[in-house]
Every structure is written in C-alpha cells, then in structure tokens.
Design a protein around this ligand. Structure first.
Ligand code: GDP
Length: 524
C-alpha cells in the first residue's frame, strides 16, 4: 500500500531518537526535565493540536523509577516539539551502570554528550562515548552548568578534540566565562541572544536578542573576548558540516545550564534541525531494512519487575521499520513463532497508557513478554533478522554457587534464563566446573539483580564471590595455550557465544602479558 508506506516514511522523518551520555552528576536528569518542560510549555503556548497538556510526563516517569525502588533498567521518554516526536532513551548511571546502559545506545540514532563545564570529559562519559564511536553514532555536545565557575570554553574544545578525536564545531558561543554567563552568539547567524534565568528558576529562561552595539556596551571586555574567540574558531575551521557530523567526525557544541533552562531551546532546535531521523537498518544478512518497509523491531532491553507480587517482565523494543499497531500478530525471528502484542504495549514516559501505534524510532514496551530475549527481532511481512546485540567488555567478575544441593536443576535453569535475558554474562571456567559458573558484568549492580532474581524466581539462594579481575579481552584456542604459562590471568568461555575471554586483574597486567607474547591474540 503505497499511501501507508509514504505515511510511515513521513512519520519516521519526524522522529528523533537519542540518549544523553554523561557522567553521574553532570546534569542528565536535570536536562531531561528541562527538555520536557521546554517542549511542554511551548506546546501549551502554541496549542496547535489542542492537547498541549502533557503535564506530569516527566514526573510520572521519575515516580515510576522511584516506586520500583531499585532502578535496574532504563526507559524512554517521548514528547513532541515543533511537530517533531522526540524519543529520549534513558541511560542509567550511578550504581545502575550496566550492560543495559550500553545497549540503549544500540537503539538510538544520535547522542547528546553532556559535560559539566567544571569537569570536562569524565570516565563514564568516555566509556559511553566509546560505544557511540564504535557504532558511528553522531554525537552532539552540550556544555552544562555554564552558570557557575568552570573551565575556559576554548580549553574545553581542545579537550574534546585531543582526548576523543571529535572535532568540536560550536553552534553557539558563550559571552562571559562560566559563572558569569550573559548569553550566546549563534555562530551561523551572528545573532547574540541574551539569556537570563527566570525569577525562581523553575521556568524557561528569559531570552532576548540584542544588537552587537548594545551587547558591547553592556558586556564590555566579555564581549570583546567572545569576539576574539570566535575569530580563532573561524581560523581553525570549526564550522558545522552536516556530513561530517552525521559521519561522526565532528560534534556540534552548545553552551548552557540545564538547571535554569539556559540553552535548552537551542538543544531542542539542534535535535529538530540537525539530528538524524531513523534510517534504513542493516540486517544480519547484510541487507538493509528501509524504514518504510513492513513492521520490524528489536528488543534492546528486558526489565523484570523486582517486586515479587507483580512478576511481570517488559521487553523494550525499538521499532525499526513500518507501523506497529496494538494487537498485531508479529513473528519472533528467533523461533519463527507468532507473537501476540494484544495486551502488550506501553511507553513509559506517557504514563501507563497503552499506545495504539508506533513508528520507526519509537520504543514500545511489550508487557509480560517472557519469551523474548535481548536482541530478538520481531517482524510482520517478509522475514527480517537484525544482528545480535554486541556483548560489552565486562569489568566485574564473581563466582556464583549455591549450597542448596537439591536446587541444582533450578540453579542451572535460572542461570540460563538470566544469561538469555542479558542480565549478566555467564562464563564457564574449566578450573571451577559447571557447579560454579562465573558471572561477568559491566556494573556490579548486575550481580545484585541476578542474585535477587535467582532467589525470587527460582527459589535458589546463591553466594557470590568476587574475583580480583577488572579487564577482559577476547582470545583464541592458541591464546589459551599460551596463557597457561602465565600467572594472574585466566581464560574462560562465555556461554552465550562460546567466546574465549582472558581476564586480568589490571590493564597493565594485560599489557605486560601481551608484550611478552607478540603472537597472542588479545582484543580488549
Ligand atoms: P545526573 O546525575 O547527571 O542525572 O545529574 P542531576 O541532573 O541529578 O544533577 C546533578 C546536580 O547538578 C544537581 O544538584 C543539579 O541541580 C545540578 N545541576 C544540573 N544542571 C545544572 C546547571 O546547569 N547548573 C548548576 N549550577 N547546577 C546544575
């Protein structure tokens, strides 16, 4: 049906699906609130569709996270701005940092790297950025907290370019150092917008365009400095180039302060104007599934309820092509079996409402989808299979045992289940045997979740003994032989894909060993 396929292409074209990558405390939650607040206030003022009232969108979402007590996985927030549907996928941080955090990045079309002006690039940001780089995800940068003392703007640009090799192409440039912020100059139009926190600060910023003459008079030396910095930027060719940005070679940069909604409008406009909409997605067979093809999607996250009383499981699926309609029967690519979506859709962030339809870029929560695993493909129409989600290098390792000898069957079944869902990576160690598999994780929280679920769902109490390893690298059978002669390294088999992982206590230990055996295969 050409009409509906045109409709799907148009719907996909007005989607922007992204995640914020940042270090804890850089202001991700504040920015999430600020974006939604801005979109809502503008939506209400415009009242184009007569339904600007999306009050409570953010707070509902946060409340749900809090109700669960322990936030083990992330969700998606959806809102509209200037006719564009923005899907913001949460990347859990803090203690929740886990493989889930990385996997979210397989479901986005772009990312916003949020930096604290006083701290620049921090460890968790760098790790998340590395995943973006590997997937060639276009990255926009927002320098946050410009309302309080921080680093020099040019120094921050240098830091980005030198440490991660992305060329910063500022779209706006601040007038006034961090902590003494007057507003920004739009580098493409040259227009200066004065920005002030609204009284009380809980609302949109007060923005006013000001002539260069007036700004020069008011801001004196700060205005002159900004002008000199702009000249310098021009000389280094730091201008936005859409192709280079989409090719993940450059990063457009904005300055602001999420807490006062400063620069938030500019970020929304950047998402609308320059961030990529969903596009054709590579399949496992090497072909590409166009967005306007029949429906397809993949599961990037499974969320099991930690509450014993409601043992439901939500599979979060990103729609890749076509129109998803509530109640449609789709095919589970892994088993070829039909999968009914009848009772099964809700997007967090729009409360608990079921949704009637979704388009490429949207995230659908399939409730009680216990037969779905991480990375699974669902489709309607011609068969589609997306590549399995990558496994990310674990940094935490623990042997898991149960002293309950009668429960061994359940123990094994539980571990298989958790492995399938991607809660933890399960490794087999010849030295320890089947009775004592090893859990490997990106974040230690994954262990807690696994242990909790083994007990709650399989009735097996387990004991976890942390192993003194921090780095894993892929090796091969020859590598395993070589490493037998080395101390402080173990080779284990990842059950999911039979990959051989060499695990080391530190990076330097891995380097020493690698240096000693030039033929050794070690892919970190
Ligand atoms: P997250 O851990 O990245 O989600 O960070 P939060 O959004 O919770 O913010 C961490 C702290 O930084 C909170 O106390 C915020 O109020 C504060 N914060 C966030 N954005 C800004 C900002 O633009 N300026 C200032 N001064 N503080 C901010």
């Amino acid at each position: 049906m050409p009409a509906s396929s045109a409709g799907v292409a148009a719907q996909a074209g007005r989607r922007r699906t992204f995640a914020v990558i940042s270090h804890p405390d850089a202001g991700k939650s504040t920015m999430t609130e600020a974006l939604a607040l801005h979109a809502r206030v503008i939506g209400q003022a415009g009242a184009v569709h007569g339904k600007g009232d999306r009050k409570g969108v953010v707070s509902d979402w946060m409340a749900m996270e809090q109700q669960r007590g322990i936030s083990v996985t992330s969700a998606a927030l959806q809102f509209e701005y200037q006719g564009i549907v923005i899907n913001l996928l949460d990347t859990p941080g803090h203690a929740d940092f886990s493989e889930d955090t990385y996997r979210v990045l397989t479901a986005v079309d772009s990312a916003v790297m949020l930096l604290d002006a006083a701290k620049g690039l921090e460890p968790q940001t760098l790790k998340l950025f590395e995943v973006c780089r590997q997937r060639a995800i276009p990255v926009m940068t927002f320098i946050n907290k410009w309302d309080r003392p921080g680093n020099d703007a040019l120094a921050l640009m240098d830091e980005i370019e030198e440490r991660i090799g992305l060329k910063p192409t500022p779209l706006t440039w601040p007038v006034g150092i961090a902590g003494n912020f007057h507003g920004v100059i739009d580098r493409r139009t040259g227009v200066f917008t004065r920005m002030q926190r609204s009284p009380g600060g809980a609302d949109l910023a007060i923005e006013e365009e000001m002539s260069a003459e007036e700004a020069a008079e008011r801001f004196g030396a700060d205005w002159v400095t900004a002008g000199e910095e702009l000249e310098l930027l021009e000389m280094t060719g730091a201008d936005h180039d859409q192709e280079a940005f989409l090719g993940a070679a450059t990063t457009p940069v904005l300055f602001g302060a999420a807490v006062a909604n400063l620069g938030v409008r500019q970020l929304l406009n950047l998402l609308v104007e320059l961030a990529p909409p969903p596009s054709a997605r590579p399949t496992a067979t090497g072909s590409e599934q166009p967005v306007d093809g029949p429906f397809s999607g993949f599961v990037f996250k499974i969320q099991a309820n930690m509450n014993r009383a409601h043992r439901d499981q939500v599979a979060f699926m990103r729609v890749c092509s076509g129109r998803f309609e509530r109640g449609m029967i789709v095919t589970h690519a892994g088993t070829g079996k039909p999968f009914a979506t009848k009772y099964a859709q809700q997007i967090f962030g729009q409360g608990r409402d079921t949704i009637d339809e979704a388009f490429p870029g949207d995230v659908v929560g399939l409730v009680n989808a216990t037969t779905l695993g991480i990375g699974d493909t669902l489709y309607a129409g011609g068969a589609v299979q997306y590549p399995p989600l990558p496994s990310f290098p674990p940094e935490h390792f623990a042997v898991v045992r149960t002293s309950d000898t009668g429960a061994f069957k359940r123990f094994r079944r539980g571990i298989e289940q958790l492995d399938g869902e991607g809660v933890v990576q399960v490794l087999r160690s010849d030295q320890r045997g089947d009775q004592a598999p090893v859990f490997a994780a990106v974040g230690p929280m994954q262990f807690e979740v696994a242990a909790y679920r083994l007990e709650a769902e399989f009735g097996v109490k387990v004991q976890l003994d942390h192993l003194p390893y921090e780095v894993a690298a892929r090796t091969d059978a020859a590598g395993r032989e070589i490493l037998k002669a080395e101390s402080n390294v173990e080779v284990m088999t990842r059950v999911r894909d039979d990959a051989l992982l060499a695990v080391f206590p530190h990076r330097w230990r891995m380097r020493t060993v690698a240096g000693r055996h030039p033929d050794l295969r070690l892919d970190a």
